[in-house]
Design a protein around this ligand. Structure first.
Ligand code: SF4
Length: 296
């Protein structure tokens, strides 16, 4: 099994981010198993044999229970495509007993029946449920060039189904085709206007930068050194407050889930509460853009 990702040399001089507090649990529930194969996918997910295996339900449940005891503030499910996991609704119900919960999805598995299930879960849960649906362009042809044939239509339909049930979906867009637009509007403005035009009265849009890893990995990309970080508050990086449970253990952040250099414990969350190595070229993107994978 090979990891289709750039892993830079990890040396004794690699800078680190301190662990500040535990706010966010990510669950890489389907590993890199997905029904799409997007051009910019940060972990090269796809329908073929996943290099990072899906999590067993009992591992995810155990992480949710431990996270609740440790005072988690938010829980996220990601993959791969989380709705391919046979236990996703059971796991969502458990997570919603512990904290506000979000699922990151490509939307292709959300039909009317699934949207009904999600609305029922949200209505009965003590915490809020958010569904983030990925779209990379408001133009179907441009979107499907990145995400695959018919991905646009299915995602837009999922957004409609969720909205009709009061679930206020968050559209997540990666700035991969932004340079192709010359209308002067930002990516955010384009998506906001797109959703408003489809009757989504309270549009929610999350913009993500392009990361040069996974299918966009560029061998030889620079990594951070101590000098780069002089005067920078490393506690602002998401790895200072988040941990990811994925196959093989607990990792520093959702971007690097499954990579040996980001692995901080072999299973227990609390054991992972220590400094995270900023060893990967993606850490440069976090440092430069201040991005977080969370909703905010
Ligand atoms: S990719 Fe970003 S969040 Fe992950 S370890 Fe590097 S700096 Fe931290």
């Amino acid at each position: 099994m090979s990891l289709p990702l750039v892993t830079a040399p990890f040396t004794g001089t690699t800078p680190a981010a301190p662990f500040l507090r535990f706010s966010t649990l990510w669950i890489q529930i389907t590993g890199t198993w997905c029904n799409l194969e997007c051009r910019h996918c940060i972990n090269s997910s796809g329908p073929r044999e996943p290099w990072l295996r899906p999590l067993r339900a009992e591992v995810a449940l155990s992480a949710i229970r431990e996270a609740e005891e440790l005072g988690v503030k938010e829980i996220y499910f990601t993959g791969g495509e989380p709705f391919l996991h046979g236990d996703i609704l059971t796991l969502l119900a458990a997570a919603l007993e512990a904290a506000p919960t979000t699922v990151l999805t490509n939307g292709t598995r959300i039909d009317a029946a699934m949207a009904d299930e999600l609305a029922a879960l949200a209505a009965s849960a003590p915490y809020s449920l958010s569904i983030r649906v990925s779209l990379d362009d408001t133009d179907p042809e441009r979107n499907d060039r990145v995400r695959g044939e018919n991905a646009f239509a299915q995602a837009v339909e999922a957004i409609r189904l969720l909205h009709d049930r009061g679930l206020l979906p968050i559209v997540t867009a990666t700035e991969i085709t932004s340079a192709e637009h010359a209308d002067g509007r930002s990516t955010y403005e384009r998506f906001r206007d797109f959703l408003l035009a489809r009757g989504i009265e309270k549009p929610r849009v999350k913009i993500m930068p392009v990361f040069t890893l996974g299918r966009l990995a560029r061998p030889g990309d620079p990594v951070l050194c101590e000098e780069d970080l002089a005067g920078f508050d490393r506690r602002t990086l998401q790895c200072a407050e988040s941990r990811v449970v994925a196959d093989g253990g607990v990792y520093a952040c959702p971007i690097l889930a499954g990579l040996p250099g980001a692995r901080l414990s072999d299973g227990g969350l609390e054991a992972s509460f220590r400094a995270a190595a900023l060893y990967h070229p993606s850490c440069v993107t976090c440092f430069r853009t201040g991005m977080t994978c969370a909703n905010g």
